[in-house]
Design a binder for this molecule. Structure first.
Ligand code: HEC
Ligand code: HEC
Ligand code: HEC
Ligand code: HEC
Length: 156
């Protein structure tokens, strides 16, 4: 074969060899095939313990019911029934022990995450009612007019 075929081939082989060499030094010692629970079983074994020690932050709607029955009953019957309380109020696992530490976010951005109008009529997002943030009463907070726990009713 001619030189112009061999030369790029050697370069390619050299790159592969370099990658294999670097892998020896740079991949963590416990990276390898550990059971078939991931694609091809490749993962870092210590990663499992890292996720196990990750502190839990959310407790779910059921945990709010005993102390906030009014809001829980209202929200569960409303169009917002599928939204977790902590979606709007933030992680609240530690809150029952320390109620002072859960400031309410009344900002417009809280609601606009889901309700800013998106111009895609064919997407599933189209089923969620959207408003134009710049023209929909931009000077006021959403919760001044809408009850967040009963969104089909006016704020009390
Ligand atoms: C063991 C009782 C208890 C549980 C469980 C509990 N809370 Fe509370 N919560 C309180 C108390 C006490 C207050 C402060 C007095 C008040 O506003 O009712 C409070 C206040 C709040 C406030 C208002 C904070 C403010 O600045 O006015 C929010 C929002 C809230 N809780 C959300 C939640 C959510 C969401 C959950 C479930 C993830 C939850 N709470 C679970 C006892 C509880
Ligand atoms: C869509 C967002 C959203 C969801 C979901 C939501 N909240 Fe709220 N919540 C708010 C906002 C905004 C306020 C402040 C209302 C205001 O300023 O009048 C509030 C106020 C509160 C308060 C203070 C007292 C009051 O009624 O104003 C409590 C307690 C509370 N929420 C608990 C809950 C619980 C429990 C759930 C779940 C069952 C829940 N919230 C679900 C947005 C939400
Ligand atoms: C996590 C996404 C999410 C957030 C955050 C959220 N909403 Fe909603 N909202 C929804 C969904 C889902 C519906 C129900 C749509 C349906 O039933 O078709 C809804 C319905 C509504 C409706 C329409 C009720 C009707 O009559 O059809 C209003 C008004 C509303 N939300 C206001 C708010 C306000 C105000 C906030 C902020 C306090 C807020 N939403 C935050 C998802 C959200
Ligand atoms: C000054 C009062 C006021 C404020 C502030 C306000 N709204 Fe509204 N909103 C209304 C009224 C009135 C309607 C029903 C008539 C209309 O569509 O304008 C409505 C309708 C809606 C609807 C239903 C739209 C539809 O197509 O049926 C959504 C969703 C909504 N608002 C979300 C929000 C969000 C999110 C905020 C904050 C970013 C907000 N609103 C702030 C008064 C208000």
């Amino acid at each position: 074969m001619k030189n112009h075929v061999w030369r790029p081939l050697w370069v390619a082989l050299g790159i592969v060899a370099l990658i294999l060499l670097l892998r020896q030094f740079m991949a963590p010692a416990d990276f390898g095939i550990h059971g078939r629970n991931f694609t091809y079983g490749f993962h870092r074994l210590s990663n499992i313990d890292e996720w196990r020690t990750m502190p839990v932050k959310y407790q779910g709607k059921a945990g709010c019911l005993e102390c906030h029955e009014e809001q829980a009953v209202a929200a569960t019957a409303s169009r917002h029934r599928d939204i977790q309380c902590e979606n709007c109020h933030g992680p609240a696992l530690a809150h029952p022990d320390n109620p002072a530490l859960l400031p309410i976010d009344r900002g417009r951005d809280l609601c606009l995450r889901c309700h800013a109008l998106l111009p895609y009529p064919t997407s599933l997002r189209g089923a969620l009612k959207g408003i134009e943030p710049a023209t929909h009463y931009p000077e006021a907070l959403c919760s001044e007019c809408h009850n967040p726990h009963k969104p089909d009713q006016e704020a009390p």
